[in-house]
Design a protein around this ligand. Structure first.
Ligand code: UDX
Length: 474
């Protein structure tokens, strides 16, 4: 619907790669339709993006304006901001500072903001929006099944299903979670549900943020009706307005065509030499192993992973992010990776950070050994690549469940992650059951990619979101 005035939308993600990726892509999708964007990043991440991307030039091409602004993360200047640092933003002191800074920005900004799209974990932004009378949409960038389980924690406690009673209780089936009935065990719940004390501060915060985000004007989810239909139906019983507009990377590609691959919003430098290496490998012969932006592994886990890959019957491309190996000092971590690299030159290739979407869409890649982060999962679904799941924390346990039990496009090694298991599952997916998994992954990819084409479910949901934003600016 055309209006006389161009709407102005402010985006605010959590400063983590897995949250920024889908938010930036949604911002671009809106910018493509002539909506003016102001995108907030913390000062720290803004500097990193400038270092590794050409983002200023990229966003300059949007005629309605795509402005990048920075905001404090509330932490002292000398804070190292390494590893998994951003949850500290939610402590009272930092949160107050960010809230104040957001309020000041919104009061001063010209032209005024018609609506905000914020990360669902930034609950304080809802208070600011209400105070200033600005409509607010929460974007939950992790999976709908994680949203729904987190939302339902109080009900599961009430029903006596939580807390889990020790390791012998982990295979008990959860029966009171509507929409998630398919062989859903205690061990498939998000990792924080493993706590013995349900009064734990972190769990309470998660439940609070999740329930609060359901009270925004709308909830945006990175999924398609075809992927998460039964769970979306349940979420809609609690949230007034849900837009399922994903997979967001496929939606952007569908609407943006060839321009899509010209920009990556990465916080690390991509090592594109792995594409030249993949070019030399035969079709569907390589296992791509990568564990996202936050996961850390011990030196022992890295060695188990490496042995599993080397002993399997497939070649591999392994990503070992700098700073991701914990438990030893920095010098030793570098040594262990170098040592593995030297020993596996003929079988594999190791990089610090890969251009992941290009890798997953490369014909040489036949399987994805993943930590089951939601973006990685969706990127593999869209590319039709079967998965071998080694979940670490948070939503990853529930994401690997949906991959193996509901979509049936991969295997889940949850909680038994040693070299034998890696070898077996890689061989199952890459060799012994290769055709079976390739077929189911290709079918799901087809269905999912249809959802982002004209008249597809996600395409229509995004059009509805754009229409609703335009109406707000009338
Ligand atoms: C974590 C959670 O696990 C995830 O489920 C949640 O939604 C966000 O926080 P993360 O560890 O960052 O996320 O994983 P993931 O969601 O998979 O996102 C990682 C992103 O980084 C993906 O878009 C992936 O393409 C990109 N990436 C990762 C690269 O571009 N190169 C790499 O080498 C590794």
């Amino acid at each position: 619907m055309e209006t006389g005035r161009c709407p102005h939308v402010l985006f605010f993600p959590i400063p983590s790669q897995g949250h920024m990726n889908p938010m930036i892509k949604l911002a671009e999708l809106l910018a493509l339709t002539g909506i003016r964007i102001t995108f907030l990043n913390t000062h720290h991440n803004h500097e990193r993006l400038l270092k590794f991307t050409n983002m200023a030039a990229h966003f300059a091409r949007y005629p309605a304006g795509f402005e990048l602004r920075t905001i404090t993360d509330g932490l002292p200047e000398d804070h190292p901001r390494s590893g998994h640092w951003f949850p500290e933003m939610f402590e009272d002191g930092p949160e107050m500072k960010i809230k104040q800074s957001l309020r000041e920005m919104l009061v001063d900004i010209i032209p005024p903001v018609d609506c905000m799209i914020v990360d669902a974990f930034l609950g304080f932004a809802l208070d600011v929006a209400r105070e200033l009378g600005i409509p607010i949409f929460c974007f939950r960038t992790s999976s709908p099944c994680c949203f729904w389980t987190s939302y339902s924690i109080p009900d599961m406690i009430q029903a006596g299903e939580l807390p889990i009673k020790g390791s012998e209780d982990m295979d008990r089936l959860i029966t009171t979670l509507p929409g998630m009935e398919t062989h859903f065990r205690c061990r498939d719940l998000p990792s924080y549900c493993r706590a013995t004390d349900m009064e734990d501060a972190f769990i309470k915060l998660l439940v609070k943020q999740t329930r609060k985000s359901a009270k925004a004007n709308a909830l945006i989810l990175n999924t398609a009706e075809e992927l998460d239909g039964p769970i979306l139906s349940q979420i809609r019983t609690q949230c007034p307005n849900v837009y399922a507009i994903g997979p967001i990377n496929a939606q952007l590609k569908s609407r943006n065509g060839e321009l899509y691959h010209h920009f990556s919003n990465t916080l690390w430098e991509e090592d594109k030499t792995c594409i030249s290496w993949l070019n030399k490998q035969s079709n569907r012969s390589v296992t791509y192993a990568c564990f996202g932006s936050l996961t850390s592994m011990s030196r022992e886990q890295l060695i188990e992973l490496w042995y599993g890959l080397v002993n399997s019957n497939s070649k591999f491309l392994l990503v070992v992010r700098p700073d991701s190996v914990i438990g030893k000092d920095e010098g030793e971590d570098v040594d262990v990776v170098k040592e593995l690299f030297d020993k596996s030159k003929d079988r594999g290739y190791i990089v610090d950070w890969a251009p992941q979407e290009a890798v997953l869409n490369h014909p040489a890649v036949g399987g994805f050994l993943t930590h089951s982060g939601w973006n990685s999962t969706l990127e593999a679904v869209v590319a039709g690549v079967p998965m071998i799941c080694w979940p670490y924390f948070g939503d990853q346990q529930v994401n690997s469940w949906i991959v193996s039990e509901v979509w049936r496009i991969g295997l889940d090694m949850k909680d038994v992650c040693d070299r034998k298991m890696v070898e077996k599952m890689v061989n199952d997916v890459m060799v012994d059951r290769k055709e079976e998994f390739a077929k189911s992954a290709a079918e799901l990819a087809k269905l999912t990619n249809q959802s982002v084409r004209v008249d597809g479910s996600s395409y229509c949901n995004l059009d509805r979101l754009i229409g609703d934003i335009r109406e707000m600016s009338l």
